[in-house]
Write a protein that binds this ligand. Structure first.
Ligand SMILES: Nc1ncnc2c1ncn2[C@@H]1O[C@H](COP(=O)(O)OP(=O)(O)OP(=O)(O)O)[C@@H](O)[C@H]1O
Ligand SMILES: [Mg+2]
Length: 455
């Protein structure tokens, strides 16, 4: 017996009792009349409830379960309970599907669901953005109509989806995508797309870099090998031997410089922040850098220093010194004899500290300025090589400045000269001097000192 079914017997039993009572009290006729009325009422009650069930079952899906009475109450309650459980189950399912959809949308790669005929069924926003799809328009369109790169069409036709295929997108933002089809279910597929533009660019940079380094090493090595052969084949006198050995030593020094610069760059690139921040006084740095520049110039230029306001800088002293030395060595090497080179320091009202290295040298045409800090970029290769340049100086400068959140400014005019300025953020600059620099008179002396022919 199902729960509640006991109440189904209550009405027939009551009708039977009433019929018996009528028979005992008023005879057979009255008993039959009572029985007929009560049996009719019971049948009408059941027919009405059947009608309620039928109306509900054939009605709209979200129609409420009717209220039952008497023996039907249990039936309706059970149906109601079942409907509630089903609704709960459906809500859970909807939430699960929604969670999966949100997860698929959040994936940083593109995901497209294709049906058995390779028609687009669904795509996450990343896939739409990468492949220029619009789900409202492209849903149920064949994927091969929308991704038309020949490499992809060949990949689909070949049917071997163990590997991915690289395609380059067209349009305003060219990028390289790695696409892979993954079969699932009976005959459906997932199309996964991954943006590999950066990876490709890094691989290209690596290839270019290796080609550049090999090229840079080839020239001195060819020169050295040529001299070695000459010395092996010919009987040279002492003077010739000395000359050849001198030239070979010069090429060896070029290679040493190149390797040293490469090592510096690689160590700068492998750490993101300057190792060992310290506070150092600006003045001694200016004094040392200008002395080095004078030594390099060997009296061919006038080297001036304007020390500006006394200040200290928080940063890596050796790295900042290498920046000044690179910029000053460029100024010396790209300024003809008799030119003027100046090194200055100032603190702007905003607190930004600026080193400026100005020269009256050959200058740089505007089209070269944006590429100047690229590795191995030289305006005039032969001139740079002739002065022992590796083309890595400004790349090193850029990296050091990046690590100090500083900026490099270049203003230049061909034939008139250049100004390279290094702008250090205000939080790295303090007006208070440290007591470890030389006395101020030293700076004044070096400011006015001239070690060249002047201009
Ligand atoms: N002060 C300057 N005046 C004119 N041209 C300059 C100046 N500084 C740099 N350049 C140009 O920028 C190029 C790149 O400079 P960078 O310092 O990176 O390399 P480099 O001087 O050739 O070699 P090195 O690695 O020895 O410094 C130089 O080859 C030169 O053409
Ligand atoms: Mg240089």
């Amino acid at each position: 017996m199902t729960p509640g079914s006991g109440s189904a017997f209550t009405a027939p039993l009551a009708a039977a009792a009433a019929t018996l009572a009528a028979w005992a009290l008023a005879g057979t006729g009255a008993a039959l009349a009572v029985l007929a009325v009560l049996a009719g009422a019971i049948v009408a009650f059941h027919l009405w409830n059947q009608h309620l069930v039928r109306r509900w079952a054939f009605g709209s899906l979200d129609a409420p379960v009717p209220e039952g009475r008497g023996s039907w109450r249990g039936v309706f309650t059970a149906i109601h309970r079942r409907m509630r459980l089903r609704a709960q189950h459906q809500r859970d399912l909807r939430l699960t599907i929604e969670r999966f959809r949100r997860a698929a949308e959040a994936i940083p790669d593109g995901v497209i669901v294709l049906d058995a005929h390779d028609l687009i069924d669904w795509a996450n926003p990343r896939a739409c953005e990468q492949l220029g799809l619009d789900l409202a328009r492209d849903r149920h369109a064949p994927i091969v109509n929308l991704v038309r790169q020949p490499e992809f069409l060949a990949y689909v036709a070949a049917g071997n989806f163990a590997e991915s295929v690289s395609v380059t997108t067209i349009g305003e933002r060219r990028r390289t995508l790695s696409l892979q089809l993954v079969p699932f279910g009976t005959r459906e597929k997932l199309l996964l797309s991954h943006d590999v533009t950066q990876v490709e660019a890094a691989a290209r940079m690596r290839r270019d870099f290796i080609a550049n380094v090999s090229h840079e090493l080839k020239t001195p090595l060819t020169v050295i090998a040529g001299f070695v052969e000459t010395m092996q084949d010919l009987d040279l006198d002492a003077r010739q031997r000395a000359r050849y050995l001198g030239l070979m030593a010069e090429q060896a020094r070029n290679m040493q410089r190149l390797v040293a610069d490469l090592l510096t760059l690689s160590s700068l690139e492998s750490e993101h922040s300057p190792g060992g921040d310290e506070r150092f006084a600006v003045l001694p740095l200016l004094v040392q850098a200008s002395a080095d520049a004078r030594a390099l110039s060997g009296g061919r230029h006038a080297v001036e220093v304007d020390p500006g306001a006394a200040a200290t800088v928080d940063g890596n002293r050796d790295e900042i010194a290498s920046v000044l030395s690179n910029l000053l060595s460029n100024a010396v090497r790209y300024t003809p004899e008799g030119g003027r080179i100046s090194l200055s320091w100032r603190v702007e009202p905003s607190g930004i500290g600026v080193f400026a290295i100005a020269d009256t040298g050959i200058g740089i045409a505007a089209e070269h300025l944006p590429r100047l800090t690229e590795r191995f970029y030289r305006v005039d290769r032969s001139r740079s090589r002739a002065t022992g340049g590796t083309g890595l100086g400004l790349a090193i400068v850029k990296h050091v400045l990046l690590r100090h959140q500083a900026e490099l400014g270049i203003v230049s005019e061909p034939g008139r000269g250049s100004v390279f300025s290094v702008r250090l953020p205000a939080r790295r600059v303090r007006a208070a001097p440290l007591g470890d620099g030389p006395p101020a008179e030293d700076a004044t002396t070096s400011t006015s000192s001239h070690s060249g022919t002047g201009s």
